[in-house]
Design a protein around this ligand. Structure first.
Ligand SMILES: [Zn+2]
Length: 238
């Protein structure tokens, strides 16, 4: 394929009428950090790169294991034992060589979040634990960076868009008890939440209005979607 990195490249022809040239230009000049390259991050990163986001930072400190393959669609049997960030970068660059894909093979912690995430336009939470999510939320709040939260467990998924100053932070909507370790999940349930995270990210970056004060709960078994209004006054932090 001939390399064409302009916003009017044929690769974007099916989305251009929806996002507009200005929206596509905005995507092209955007920097996004995808934190976690498991089931959610596998899909979110692919859609962001495919859509033409200019700079995608992909962050994960893990290596690929056989138990990942039912839902982490960036990886295959050849990837077992390799760092997810590096395998993902290789795959994503082959999907769109016009996007700058920056792999970070590390776990996000309180003492390195600044150096790892740095100055981006948007953070997408594709993690599997609340401890790290809350580190992300505090960083997002301190730097005024919007954060899209997604999480999945069994058939349920949730989605929330945190814009510092406009909506309640993750710390104020987080569950009291947080389960750790591998939860049970089927791949497509992760895909539903990941697709919605990516969709929100693309629309937001392209300059479209998005809902920021509701927690969306998705049940992939009954096919129901519920929205819970979150009062921004419930946030004690901003
Ligand atoms: Zn708060």
């Amino acid at each position: 394929m001939e390399k064409d990195c302009s916003v009017k490249s044929r690769r974007y022809s099916r989305q251009l009428s929806l996002l507009g040239v200005e929206g596509q230009n905005r995507l092209d000049s955007s920097r996004v950090a995808v934190v976690g390259l498991g089931g959610l991050g596998s899909i979110v990163s692919q859609y962001l790169v495919a859509a033409g986001v200019g700079h995608v930072k992909i962050i994960d400190g893990d290596v690929v294991e056989p138990s990942n393959l039912n839902r982490q669609v960036l990886y295959d049997e050849e990837s077992i034992g390799l760092p997810k960030a590096y395998v993902a970068a290789w795959k994503l660059r082959s999907l769109n060589s016009c996007t700058r894909v920056e792999p970070v093979y590390a776990w996000v912690r309180e003492d390195n979040v600044e150096s790892i995430i740095g100055d981006v336009d948007l953070i997408v939470d594709c993690l599997d634990n609340w401890e790290t999510r809350l580190i992300l939320s505090r960083y997002a709040r301190s730097r005024r960076i919007p954060l899209i939260h997604g999480a999945v467990e069994s058939y349920y998924g949730q989605l929330y868009f945190y814009i510092p100053g406009e909506s309640a932070c993750l710390e104020c909507i987080a569950p009291r008890a947080s389960r750790k370790g591998g939860v049970s999940v089927i791949g497509p349930s992760v895909g539903v939440v990941a697709s919605l995270e990516a969709s929100l990210a693309i629309l937001y970056l392209a300059g479209r209005e998005v809902a920021t004060n509701e927690l969306v709960i998705i049940d992939s078994r009954s096919l129901s979607i519920d929205k819970i209004k979150i009062d921004n006054k419930s946030c004690r932090c901003s």
